[in-house]
Write a protein that binds this ligand. Structure first.
Ligand SMILES: NC(=O)c1ccc[n+]([C@@H]2O[C@H](COP(=O)([O-])OP(=O)(O)OC[C@H]3O[C@@H](n4cnc5c(N)ncnc54)[C@H](O)[C@@H]3O)[C@@H](O)[C@H]2O)c1
Length: 331
């Protein structure tokens, strides 16, 4: 019995691979390394270089390794890119996910966990937002994920497959032991960008919009530590293996921080100042997106361990320092 982690060479997937190995699972990673790194995959896991839509490869792997669960992280994740290239996003996130789900069904894989996103809610009508809220994605990225949620629901109704969809809010931080972290080039995630500014990797940073109807005028988001997110997947997998029914659940803490609060935390934790350029709003940014995490806590018994902004920031900054030292060694 083994677990297939698609996108396991990427940011969140590599944390999941470590999380699975830590609990003694056999792990197989399938990744085409479009944004991931082979060095992010621990030697204890088998790394298969390939595409999730290569059904011959996927089905051979499922049979050869006795896969009982697929945890599907592989995808394209940059919202503005999805606006510029919607068909590319529908291909990679929706069409190729369909092929993967079909392979799972054909091979009788009983459990499937899918990385979805708070972007399926668009601008939520309520904050915190619960799973039953209206689904009105505002980008091709969000729509591409919602369509995969729907395919999974319908495939599970027709076949012997149970799934968990996890809708992530803003994922940040790094493995506390620095075994992996966010290494994406040109990342746009706020905490990563601020950590790069604090470690001198970039000259200051921009803040997009200071006139939102929030206490300090900047947007509010719910930041979840990547290791807590991996724990939520592990708990979801245990629940599915115990016979749990298919479910869709938010993964966030239920607490929001503004852009300026996050930047202050990075400056406070590092003791370093850096330039902040206050600019205009960016198209498509919702004012506030905060999770109601009650369902994941009740259904999976998920208990976050790093629910603290300064802890998330300090792990992100330590990873950035680690990357800086590793890269200077290569120069
Ligand atoms: N990072 C976040 O804040 C966030 C928030 C919500 C949802 N998500 C979802 O979580 C998942 C993982 O995100 P991440 O931040 O780790 O991104 P990432 O870019 O670091 O990882 C994605 C991985 O998938 C691989 N990949 C992409 N397309 C592939 C394909 N067709 N076949 C094989 N491999 C492929 C890439 O090489 C990469 O290793 C994504 O599905 C994303 O939509 C992320």
């Amino acid at each position: 019995m083994a677990v297939l982690v698609t996108g396991g060479a990427g940011y969140i997937g590599s944390h999941m691979v470590w999380r699975m190995l830590d609990q003694g699972e056999d792990v197989v990673v399938l990744d085409r390394l479009s944004t991931g790194f082979d060095w992010a995959v621990p030697a204890e896991a088998e790394l298969i270089l390939g595409d999730i839509a290569d059904q011959a490869l996927v089905e051979e792997t499922i049979a050869r390794r006795g896969i009982d669960a697929i945890i599907h992280f592989a995808g394209s994740i940059v919202v503005p890119d999805s606006v510029a290239d919607p068909l590319g996003y529908y291909l990679n996130n929706t069409v190729k996910s369909r092929a993967l789900i079909e392979s799972a069904v054909r091979c009788g894989v009983p459990h499937f966990i899918f990385s979805s996103t708070a972007a399926v809610y668009g601008t939520p009508e309520t904050s915190p937002v619960a799973e039953g809220a209206a689904l009105q994605p505002e980008s091709p990225y969000g729509t591409s994920k919602l369509m995969t949620e729907i395919m999974l629901r319908d495939a599970a109704a027709a076949h012997d497959l149970a799934y968990t969809v996890l809708r992530y809010f803003n994922v940040a931080g790094a493995d506390p032991g620095l075994r992996t972290g966010q290494s994406t080039k040109g990342a746009t995630h706020l905490i990563k960008v601020a950590a790069e500014a604090a470690t001198g990797k970039r000259a200051g940073m921009d803040v997009f919009g200071t006139d939102y109807p929030t206490p300090d005028g900047t947007c509010i988001r719910d930041y979840i530590h990547v290791s807590d997110l991996a724990d939520a997947h592990a708990a979801a997998l245990a629940r599915l293996r115990a016979g749990g029914a298919s479910i869709t659940a938010n993964c966030g803490y239920g607490k929001g921080y503004s852009v300026l609060e996050v930047i202050d935390a990075v400056k406070r934790v590092t003791g370093r100042d850096f330039e902040i350029r206050l600019g205009e709003r960016r198209a498509g940014d919702a004012v506030s997106i905060v999770a109601d995490p009650a369902l994941a806590k009740a259904e999976f018994g998920w208990r976050p361990r790093f629910d603290d902004l300064d802890t998330i920031v300090s792990h992100a900054v330590r990873w950035e320092e680690h990357l800086r030292v590793a890269n200077s060694g290569k120069a």
